[in-house]
Ligand binder design. Structure first.
Ligand SMILES: [Zn+2]
Ligand SMILES: [Zn+2]
Length: 355
């Protein structure tokens, strides 16, 4: 029997698989859906299986020609292999007569280099058989031996009412055994598939329809993308604002009293004592004078303002307090008077911090 069949055979087979796959996707989705409690989950999935099926439909349609071509080529190769393989000539092992070829089988489902042909020969004189591959490997059946005297058993087969009875008997002793094989073929009636042609139209589509469907899938994806990424303008503005002021998250916002309590011990440790804030001026910002007494030794006095500014700047670097650049310090004897400003406006704060 030739392996290569007409195009319609492969086409029908391919469509059959496509229909089966699509039906399975739908039934699996429905089954999964029924296991869910929430009605909205069911609704969502009902819409989604259309999409799953569309993927499969497009995929199968786009691969159809390639797959069928490959199958046909493979079957043609099998035919070439079979026709180019010489039938061996065999002699019977028992009576040495030339045997006749009884059957040829192609031993493969999928074509590959290891595929072989099996030839089965029969002797017309003594009915003995031999099975041999095209590469001369022979299948030698295990001998069925008598359990009493170890002689090879003879057999006689008989078919009656769909029952095959094989009787084994020993020529030497009187040993007998039989094997009964039920040959009844179960009558599997193929269920009538009323929706087959309808489903074939639906799932096995032409190339032109494939491109239409592909566009639909593309649009659907775009829509999903927009839905996922969609946010209302108020939320977008809020998120941008949050992002913008993120650097201010770690800023310590001290009141005047808190600042005094915070800076005093830091300055005292470096010999600037009696730090006090006083006289707040309220403008757009709050400006506060401070005084501090320098108790460090005389040799360090000339650099005291630089040291003081450095100490304070380091200490307030992470707060909403800043030196007033426009205002110069006053220094009399050992008292230093300077000004700090308190900033509360976030935009202003951000500007100053980024400096
Ligand atoms: Zn023979
Ligand atoms: Zn025996």
């Amino acid at each position: 029997m030739p392996q290569l069949k007409p195009y319609s055979h492969y086409n029908d087979l391919y469509d059959k698989f496509t229909i089966e796959n699509c039906r399975k996707i739908i039934s699996d989705t429905i089954k999964h859906e029924e296991s869910r409690d929430q009605p909205w989950e069911r609704k969502f999935r009902s819409n989604v299986y259309e999409l799953y099926v569309s993927f499969e439909v497009v995929d199968r349609a786009l691969n159809k020609n390639k797959v069928i071509e490959k199958r046909m080529k493979s079957d043609k190769e099998k035919d070439d292999f079979i026709s180019s393989t010489k039938i061996p000539k065999l002699k019977c092992n028992f009576c040495s007569k030339q045997m006749d070829l009884d059957d040829t089988s192609f031993m493969s489902w999928v074509w590959d280099e290891k595929d072989r042909l099996l030839f089965i020969f029969q002797c017309n004189d003594c009915n003995k058989r031999r099975a041999i591959y095209n590469d001369w490997e022979e299948i030698i059946p295990k001998k069925h031996l008598c359990p009493n005297c170890n002689t090879e058993l003879n057999k006689k087969s008989d078919i009656k009412n769909d029952t095959l009875t094989i009787n084994y008997f020993c020529d030497k002793c009187s040993y007998k055994e039989s094997e009964i094989v039920d040959l009844k073929v179960e009558n599997i009636e193929e269920k009538e598939d009323n929706n087959y042609e309808e489903d074939r139209k639906r799932f096995c589509i032409s190339e032109e329809e494939t491109y239409k469907l592909k566009n639909w899938i593309h649009d659907f994806y775009e829509w999903i993308y927009e839905v996922i990424n969609w946010t209302d303008p108020v939320s977008i503005a809020k998120r941008k604002e949050q992002e913008k002021f993120r650097p201010l998250e770690n800023i310590k916002r001290f009141t005047i009293t808190e600042l005094e309590e915070y800076l005093s011990p830091i300055l005292t440790e470096k010999w600037f004592i009696n730090f006090s804030l006083w006289k707040a001026e309220i403008d757009k910002e709050i400006h506060v004078y401070f005084t501090v007494i320098d108790k460090s030794d005389k040799n360090q006095k000339h650099s005291s303002r630089i040291r003081l500014r450095k100490i304070i700047n380091e200490a307030i670097s992470n707060t909403n307090w800043f030196f007033m650049n426009s205002w110069k310090l006053e220094e009399k004897l050992w008292i230093i008077q300077w000004r700090l400003k308190w900033v509360d406006n976030n935009d202003e704060l951000l500007k100053l911090i980024e400096k």
